[in-house]
Ligand binder design. Sequence first.
Ligand code: IMP
Length: 427
Amino acid sequence: MPVIAIIGAQWGDEGKGKVVDLLAEKARVVVRFSGGDNAGHTVVNPYGEFKLHLIPSGIFYPQVVCIIGNGVVINPKVLIDEVDQLNQRGIDTSKLFISDRANLIMPYHTLLDGLEEELRGGKALGTTRKGIGPAFADKAARLGIRIGELLDKEALLERLRFILEYKNVILTKIYGVSPLSLNEVYSQYCQYGERLAPYIRETTTMLEEALAKDELVILEGAQGTLLDPDFGTYPYTTSSSPLAGGGCVGAGLGPTAISRILGVFKAYCTRVGGGPMPTELKDEIGDLIRERAGEYGTTTGRPRRCGWFDAVAGRFSTRINGFTGAALTRLDILGVLPLLKICVGYKLDGKTIDYFPGNVASLERCQPIYEELPGWQVPISHIRQYRKLPIKAQQYVARLEELISCPINLISVGARREQTIHKMPIL
Ligand code: IMP
């Protein structure tokens, strides 16, 4: 059995939750490997509709071990609330485990995320203000606290005293806000530690065991490729790697362990937050897509920017992740449009280019070059076989496959598990 990585191929919100929920039926382990509670994975299944921020989308299958990997930053309060909410709705979380190496989001991280955004003024990044950037910055600066450290209260007190002193200087002297109390933060985090202790483990050995038994492991990505700090629209990115390569580091697996990498693409593009988006539609078509698809952030409720499918970005995403296949989601949404456009190149300073520029200022100047295809203009949410899709919908899918240089295995035509067309086997 392979390890399969499910990766956001655009700017996040591609529908990874649904794809993981579908594939997890055959899996033994599902690991979230990056991001934090900036993510919002929507899953609609026989138990109802769920919006998961930290817990892997495999949690609905009793046989699946769900791991929050070392690459995730964890707000313990959000995690505890999520566990409680799932339990209240009858979902068992006894097979949930958290890597002891995962860093914590501390109260100063959320505070600083907001303060930094305010200070950036018109140049704000549009972060989710969940403390993600400051927590990953501290991890890199060796000022982070790992969740495993909550289990040794004495050592935690010493480490927190040292770090909080430093953070309070920043809060009071730079931002002019009140300092945080060591006692309050310490006692709060000790309580979180007591509550989460049963879940905290060394988790790489759990993966090793599953692989030794030839069981299916799914790496569940968060956010999307174009939000990667190296390959995304930097600085308008998130702070951890949503790429397949990030999956190895964030879960604790070697690259050779991964045998399938599935890119999840929406049939059009969306983006939430600041930064360039060459195919953005600031007109009634963009509004129509947003309203028809309910394109509002799962975590922040912000309206998502909507636009045509960007195949230049798509091809780039295939290449840097090494996609072996793709899932195309929300194809049904396009069913009311008489004409569809796909961006096949950019015009940059009078020249035609077919690559995704690394420099954000260049990307901002890129004008999309579109190819036009006729829309199918009929509902398709009830269709389960590829050959039963209207021919114009098949042509749209086939053209995307060609442009992104990747076969499309799955097509999603609605939120529910069964609203899926299995075009080609993944495994
Ligand atoms: P941060 O990850 O909260 O620091 O936000 C940085 C950028 O990533 C902002 O533009 C956010 O809107 C975007 N972002 C973060 N998480 C998600 C997500 O799960 N889906 C879509 N956009 C996201």
